[in-house]
Design a protein around this ligand. Structure first.
Ligand code: P1T
Length: 383
């Protein structure tokens, strides 16, 4: 039954059942840390909420369903989810990571896990053939973000998966920007899908949360062990909010894609705009891969102005009225960000600039407001 459901049905029903206690159609918020036992060790499947909670379990099942996985795990933030994946590794292990990725992920890798003896190689993966020459017998994981934050590069998941399968390496894909509405990495050969559910999955900028989804039972057991043993879980109230958010993922994403495309094309024709980074353009370097592995191009766009300076970017973002200058993305409301000083400030300037994150770069998370209002807002900010 579940396998036969189309995506737009899964967002509403996937992994869900009516509450067994009273038949509540919406999953109740089980705001409890513990559960009664009749005799020591005898309970109804729940003993302590770090380990299991019915509201969180419902959400984890929904995550698994949307990504065509078997097992979902929810965490207190996207970074907590990435942290759990890294705990699969041992000192001496090596990780190959795309070189253009969220600044906080880079910080977690280089400032925390390098100190635990894990070695990271940050590699440009626009050419998937690039990856194999960095593989050694110590490589245990390839970490990929696609589209990348904030340069909107596209990485060929299927091609990288061929390499990871050949060398018996895990492939993890951060699917935050695309969401399962547009891209399902497990179907393309990835082993682990990760989300900052803070973003499109929650969709309303009111929760911080992370998710992992896998198909393999052994891997799932290892990750559940880490989730419980390290304890970076999310609470029932936040689980409820994201469950509610997911129910409209498909309709929100449809509008994010429409508005995103209109704004990408508007910016490209604007005389004051220099470069626009959006994978839907036919001349985007990996447009053909985006077209093959995604069902649309999403609502994230980066651009730079011809006045190639920090002040030029600051002038634009300060003038915006409907777009709010703020960290984060993926909510119903439009946001503008300045990666060099905000989301990617934790990457050293010379590293940042190698991947194109100049001081003049502006990132937009295009929301689902009326497209005319958004364009009028950009027009007055750029003028
Ligand atoms: O913020 P948190 O829920 O912990 O998720 C971290 C994270 C992981 N992966 C990607 C691709 C992300 O974009 C993020 C968080 N990003 C922002 C806050 C941002 O504005 O880019």
């Amino acid at each position: 039954m579940e396998e036969d459901m189309k995506f737009n049905t899964k967002t509403i029903h996937g992994g869900q059942q009516h509450d067994p206690a009273y038949g509540a159609v919406m999953t109740p918020i089980y705001q409890t840390s513990t559960y009664a036992q009749s005799i020591p060790g005898k309970h109804k499947g729940y003993e302590y909420s770090r380990t299991h909670n019915p509201t969180r379990n419902a959400l984890e099942n929904a995550f698994a369903s949307l990504e065509n996985g078997k097992y979902g795990l929810a965490f207190g933030s996207g970074l907590a989810a990435i942290d759990a994946v890294m705990k699969l590794l041992k000192p001496g292990d090596e990780v190959i990571s795309s070189n253009d990725l969220y600044g906080g992920t880079y910080r977690l890798f280089t400032k925390i896990f390098e100190d635990f003896g894990i070695k990271f190689r940050f590699v440009g993966l626009n050419e998937s053939s690039n990856v194999e020459r960095f593989v050694t017998e110590k490589t245990k994981l390839i970490w990929v973000e696609t589209p990348t934050n904030p340069m909107m590069n596209i990485i060929d998941i299927k091609a990288i998966a061929e390499v990871t399968k050949k060398h018996n390496i895990l492939l993890a894909v951060d699917n935050t920007f695309a969401t399962p509405y547009l891209q399902r990495p497990l179907d393309l050969g990835a082993d682990i899908v990760m989300h900052s559910a803070t973003k499109y999955m929650g969709g309303h900028s009111d929760v911080v949360m992370g998710a992992l989804i896998v198909k393999d039972e052994t891997l799932a057991k290892q990750l559940y062990f880490i989730q419980n043993a390290s304890g970076a879980i999310c609470g029932p109230q936040d689980s409820f909010l994201v469950l509610r958010g997911i129910k409209t993922l498909h309709v929100r994403m449809q509008r994010h894609c429409e508005n995103g495309e209109a704004i990408a094309r508007y910016l490209r024709n604007h005389p004051k705009v220099d470069k626009v980074y959006w994978p839907g353009f036919e001349d985007h370097p990996n447009h053909h891969i985006a077209k093959a592995q995604m069902d649309g191009y999403g609502g994230m766009i980066s651009f730079s102005t011809k006045e190639d300076s920090l002040q030029g970017a600051v002038n634009v973002v300060q003038k915006l009225k409907i777009f709010t200058l703020a960290e984060s993305l993926g909510g119903v409301e439009s946001l503008a960000g300045h990666p060099a000083s905000m989301t990617h400030a934790s990457i050293p300037k010379e590293e940042r600039e190698k991947t194109g994150i100049k001081d003049s770069l502006i990132r937009l998370s295009v929301g689902i407001e009326d497209i005319n209002d958004l364009i009028i807002d950009l027009e007055q900010a750029l003028s």
